[in-house]
Design a protein around this ligand. Structure first.
Ligand code: ATP
Ligand code: MG
Length: 422
């Protein structure tokens, strides 16, 4: 029996990787314009990092983490998300000591033991951005504008930006109390999970996706009515900066992030093309409490994480990314000509030309068929005559146009013709 991949994980074959590379390249290109630098943290972390940050009560820590003990008895896990690791690294290496704002991004796999379904996997990938060291609302607007620029460059359409504030340690407790009281009255209308949440973490009820809970959630009090002056002003400033940049958003009071360390601004980008429970492509917000939770000094942080698989679903249909075409296919008549082709291919590649040689011992006719299938731009048939004379016949496949060139002239001819026709 053939061995299969692990449930909830996926191979990315070359035809899909082209799109992933495009997404990654656009992210790097756009983020750089705003002063972001890449950070790469390990996939393995101490489980405690997430128990402390996301919270031992959270779904991720309770049910979704891949945790195991190593031979020394340390409890290690595959990281379920990227923010806590980035802040851990930031503190561990003293990046907070210089008093500057640090703008960081990461791209990589995350692991959660969830029920696999479309848009929900056990190994999935995120592009994430974290900016540490400031709580200015204009900086939040800049991050959101950067995200929109990135998505726009990729040609993603139809995403809605949902925006909310979840308050802070001063104002949230009063709201949670009111919420809890309200939820207590309506226990029988809630799903079992929400009945539990109403006791342990009432805010999470707002995040529930079970249809039966929705009418109740719609009638719950809004956190925006309970914000303290600071939180309210911050939220208003953020909105005015977004307006200034002509970014549209929907204020969504029920939008609370699933993670405990968020304070103030939270946001999501959702698509209606992804289905009701996996519609979030991006989740983000402010997490000023995180640094202290991880044993650091008081800190400021704001960021987002974007699920690449969900983005790919939105882009797959609109983009036509074919495998790269060879610039030139070197077809050879015999072993001697293969040697010549081998050397020529090496020279051409040295000059940036994509040269292709067959290694399956095809006849000349079959090699030409392969060149057609690969959609090579040029072909060159090499035999004894060409080796003797040093003159090589190049055929442009598109229109059959043929020229004979010195060996040294091939690379520049192929490149110039490419520049002229592309
Ligand atoms: P959801 O509500 O969809 O479970 P989440 O709140 O758990 O999302 P975050 O922790 O904020 O998600 O992660 C940010 C983004 O990562 C999500 O918006 C989504 O695009 C993506 N994501 C999260 N979990 C998965 C998963 N299991 N498979 C694929 N993508 C995921
Ligand atoms: Mg989730």
């Amino acid at each position: 029996m053939k061995i299969q991949s692990v449930r909830g994980t996926h191979d990315l074959l070359p035809e899909s990787v082209a799109l992933w590379q495009k997404i990654e390249a656009e992210a790097r290109g756009v983020f750089q314009l705003y002063g972001y630098e890449e950070v790469r943290t390990p996939i393995l972390e101490r489980s405690e990092l997430f128990a402390r940050s996301i919270g031992a009560e959270s779904d991720i820590v309770q049910k979704e983490m891949y945790t195991f003990s190593d031979s020394k008895g340390n409890t290690i896990c595959l990281r379920p998300e990227g923010t806590a690791p980035v802040v851990r690294a930031y503190l561990e290496h003293g990046l907070d000591h210089d008093g500057l704002i640090h703008k960081l991004y990461y791209i990589g796999p995350m692991f959660r033991h969830e029920r696999p379904q479309k848009g929900r996997y056990r190994q999935f990938h995120q592009v994430g951005v974290e900016v540490l060291g400031s709580d200015h609302p204009a900086l939040e607007a800049e991050v959101i504008e950067m995200l929109e620029r990135f998505l726009h460059k990729l040609g993603v359409k139809g995403l809605r930006l949902l925006l909310n504030s979840v308050g802070c340690a001063h104002c949230r407790p009063a709201y949670v109390k009111v919420l809890q009281k309200e939820l207590n009255k309506r226990q029988d209308e809630l799903c079992p999970e929400c009945q539990r949440r109403s006791k342990t973490n009432p805010l999470r009820v707002l995040d529930c996706k079970v249809p039966a809970c929705q009418p109740v959630i719609d009638e719950l009090p809004s956190i925006l009515d309970y914000l303290c002056d600071n939180c309210r002003q911050h939220f208003e400033k953020l909105r005015s900066y977004l307006d200034l940049q002509e970014i549209s958003y929907e204020v969504t009071p029920r939008l609370v992030r699933g993670l405990d360390y968020y304070v103030g601004t939270t946001f999501e980008m959702v698509s209606s093309d992804l289905g009701p429970t996996q519609n979030a492509v991006v989740g983000g917000g402010r997490y000023d409490g995180l640094s202290e939770l991880l044993g650091g000094p008081p800190g400021k942080g704001f960021g987002f994480a974007l699920g690449i698989e969900r983005l790919v679903v939105l882009l797959e249909e609109s983009l036509d990314l074919r495998r790269p075409r060879p610039d030139i296919f070197l077809a050879y008549l015999d072993e001697g000509a293969l040697k010549e082709s081998f050397g020529l291919a090496q020279e051409l590649r040295h000059q940036g030309v994509f040269a292709y040689i067959d290694f399956q011992g095809r006849s000349l006719k079959a090699q030409m068929r392969l060149a057609n299938r690969l959609e090579s731009r040029f072909t060159c048939i090499i035999g004894e005559d060409e080796i003797q004379s040093g003159q090589f016949p190049l055929k442009r496949m598109e229109d059959g146009h043929q020229v004979t060139l010195d060996r040294e002239a091939i690379a520049s001819y192929v490149k110039e013709d490419g520049a002229a026709t592309s």
